[in-house]
Design a binder for this molecule. Structure first.
Ligand SMILES: NC(=O)c1ccc[n+]([C@@H]2O[C@H](COP(=O)([O-])OP(=O)(O)OC[C@H]3O[C@@H](n4cnc5c(N)ncnc54)[C@H](O)[C@@H]3O)[C@@H](O)[C@H]2O)c1
Length: 334
């Protein structure tokens, strides 16, 4: 296990599920942990300090150090207080695991404005707000001449990176989190901070409700949240300083580094006759004087699209994406 002693971590949404597992794993590796959790219901309703307090007790019971924080992660000022608490109480901040989340699934045609806003707020703003305040702190430390080894681990979802029906709000926020990761990784590299992102799969109240999955009676459980936490601890090691901006799918022991939005089919107006026929004939005639070809005419582009995709083109869906990344159907229970 990487040695994280002396480091201070914040885990958002750490009162239950995957976040709880991250907090326990980071504490076992030696980190002091701010166990953040509003104690909300699955849809984001209500609040309860109990779950975060229990996790802190567990950590302290194993001779670790931890404190609770019950801010709403989507509250910008609250997120600043969360970051400030870690620094004031434990002297520093090294690790931020953005994990808090809620669900309000609905097919788009029936989705309410509130269902959209609530989910986007907790996930997307709930990643931005703590990261923004932690980043300001790390920049300040770096400018003061300190060798910063900051870590941000974000939480996307197979729904966001592969696209799941019934989750336009959640999946859009989770895809946004993957994009946020890639940009912020580039911005914070100069300050010594890595920013990575997980697309986890685990048995928690979030998935149990939808998929009715039960744990295997014995042996390895691929949907044990601890499998996801092992990736967090590895990414938080000092040795992982060079690994940043990655989006990683986790299913049991299959940890797959995803390549999202990589270049694929190129329809180049300047390239002559790859498919021939009408499409090629309708292409703009000549490259301009600089040797760069002109743009497409819509009819030519349409003909080329139909030639390239004779059977059409549409997303394969979440399960196909998960399978290609080493996962399985949550419906099968792992
Ligand atoms: N379980 C899975 O298979 C799975 C798959 C993909 C992504 N995820 C993501 O992993 C993360 C953890 O999910 P989980 O399955 O452990 O769910 P969970 O419901 O068990 O835990 C989420 C925690 O977030 C807290 N929370 C919710 N809104 C909050 C807010 N506004 N401020 C502070 N805390 C808040 C809740 O109180 C709860 O304890 C989520 O971001 C989820 O979307 C989970």
């Amino acid at each position: 296990m990487p040695d994280l002693s002396g480091k201070v971590a914040i885990v958002t949404g750490a009162g239950r599920g995957i976040g709880r597992s991250h907090a326990l794993a980071l504490a076992r590796a030696g980190a002091k942990v701010v166990v953040h959790d509003l104690g909300a219901g699955l849809a984001g309703e209500g609040s309860d300090p109990g779950p975060a307090e229990q996790v802190v007790e567990e950590i302290r019971g194993a001779a670790g150090e931890a404190a609770t924080n019950g801010e709403n992660v989507a509250d910008f000022a609250g997120a600043e207080r969360l970051v400030r608490q870690a620094i004031d109480e434990f002297g520093r901040l090294d690790i931020l695991v953005n994990n808090a989340g809620i669900l309000r699934d609905r097919m788009l045609v029936n989705m309410t404005e509130d269902e959209w806003d609530a989910v986007v707020a907790v996930h997307l703003k709930g990643h931005f707000a703590p990261t923004r305040h932690a980043a300001a702190y790390w920049r300040e430390r770096s400018k003061a001449g300190e060798e910063v080894r900051g870590r941000v681990v974000n939480t996307s979802s197979p729904s966001g990176v592969f696209g799941n029906v019934g989750q336009a709000n959640y999946g859009a926020a989770k895809a946004g989190i993957a994009g946020f990761t890639i940009i912020v990784a580039q911005e914070l590299q100069r300050y010594g901070v890595t920013v990575n992102c997980l697309a986890p799969n685990a048995r928690t109240r979030m998935t149990e409700e939808t998929f009715q999955m039960s744990a295997p009676p014995e042996g390895f459980d691929p949907l044990d949240p601890a499998n996801v936490s092992a990736v967090v601890v590895a990414l938080c090691a000092d040795e992982a300083q060079g690994i940043t901006g990655q989006v990683i799918h986790v299913w049991g022991g299959s940890v797959n580094v995803l390549r999202g939005w990589s270049a694929d089919e190129l329809l180049d107006a300047g390239e002559a006759g790859s498919t021939g026929g009408e499409a090629a004939d309708a292409r703009p005639e000549d490259p301009d004087a600089s040797g760069v070809a002109g743009g497409w005419e819509p009819d030519a582009l349409l003909a080329e699209l139909l030639a390239r995709f004779p059977d059409g083109a549409s997303p394969p869906g979440m399960l196909a994406g998960m399978q290609s990344a080493g996962g399985r159907s949550l419906q099968d229970g792992g």
